[in-house]
Design a protein around this ligand. Structure first.
Ligand code: SAM
Length: 326
């Protein structure tokens, strides 16, 4: 079931965007604790929806054939010492006609929507927290991914998984809801940034998180098979999906592993919030979490990066540490 890459290699960037962490503010965490979640905003009503089943998606010759077209226009993100090339959303959509499972994306495009619950979940666009988490990781060598197994959950363009790959991760699994996001954007970005050899360290999984956990259950029975790092950005916007996402963390992380979750404090119009997710984690009592970075730009929104690790076996600490540095 392994995918095969090609030798796409490096391409000259058209745009170069620098994402640095200089805008970190040491504000008190209390700024963000009072956000209320209104019932009517719980919006998506995920329980009533039919979610796509999970499947492994292979990087086929058909997917590679599209890459030639997309690579005409490439952006480059700069994260600390690392640079990653990525195609823009528009270019991704342009490639879709030739690839399978394009219908949900076409519907979203027609409606000019970033989100069609359980049809298209927003992976074509690169969301801000991805850049924040990529910068955070690139600037903290303590969390180097060299030789590590990494899962990028709700990966969209896959920049976090790509960062792990470029740091020398041994295995990177990219998971996204829509097959077409994986084939038209994620895989294309992997092809852009890697050699054939490196690309063979990647696997791709589409479908709903609940079904993804079921699909991969046999493979992840042993501790050794699990991930050293699970990375996720902007995936908590829909509160109805929190338990599914949390179960990916719970069931796929090694005892010694770390989850990095980057998210906005509150998702207006959809209802998810970091507070709700933290509560879920806290109530389960298995992880110890801390906010290890935050940013408030123009006081519009706050991005948090939450780091979760399994509690030590003797239950050493049950505190939820906020605002702590790493
Ligand atoms: C807002 S996008 C963020 C994409 C990317 N992580 C970023 O920051 O640019 C949310 C991502 O989570 C995935 N997602 C949302 N709900 C999901 C679900 N129930 N099962 C699987 N993936 C889901 C979507 O496919 C999408 O890629």
């Amino acid at each position: 079931m392994r995918c095969v890459g090609n030798t796409a290699g490096a391409h000259l960037p058209v745009n170069k965007k620098c994402h640095c962490l200089s805008r970190v503010t040491p504000d008190s965490i209390s700024v963000i604790t009072d956000v209320l979640v209104s019932e009517e905003n719980l919006g998506a009503g995920a329980e009533d929806l039919e979610w796509f089943e999970a499947a492994e998606v292979l990087l086929t010759e058909q997917v590679k054939a599209v890459s030639g077209k997309l690579m005409q226009k490439v952006n480059t993100g700069v994260y600390g010492p690392l640079q990653l090339a990525y195609i823009s959303t528009g270019d991704g959509i342009a490639g879709l006609a030739e690839l399978p499972d394009q219908q949900p994306i076409a519907e979203a495009e027609e409606l000019h929507s970033d989100l069609l619950p359980a049809r298209y979940e927003g992976g074509l666009k690169i969301w801000e927290c991805t850049h924040d988490l990529a910068s955070f990781l690139a600037c903290h060598p303590t969390f180097s991914m060299r030789g590590k197994k990494v899962l990028d959950v709700g990966c969209g363009a896959g920049l976090l998984g790509l960062l792990a790959l470029s740091q020398g991760a041994s295995d990177v699994h990219f998971q996204d809801y829509n097959v077409s996001v994986l084939t038209s954007v994620t895989m294309q970005n992997v092809l852009l940034n890697t050699t054939e050899n490196t690309a063979t360290r990647c696997r791709y999984f589409a479908g709903d998180w609940q079904s993804y956990v079921q699909l991969t259950d046999d493979e992840f029975k042993s501790e050794e098979a699990k991930f050293d790092y699970i990375l996720s950005s902007e995936t908590i916007y829909n509160p109805s999906n929190h338990t599914k996402l949390y179960s990916v963390f719970r069931k796929r992380l090694k005892r010694t592993g770390i989850v990095f979750l980057a998210a906005k404090t509150y998702y207006f119009g959809v209802g998810g919030s970091i507070r709700q997710f933290e509560k879920l984690v806290e109530e389960d009592g298995v992880f110890e979490s801390s906010v290890c970075w935050k940013c408030s730009e123009g006081k519009k929104e706050i991005t948090l990066i939450v780091k979760s690790v399994f509690k030590s076996r003797d239950g050493y600490s049950s505190r939820f540490i906020l605002g702590a540095g790493v």
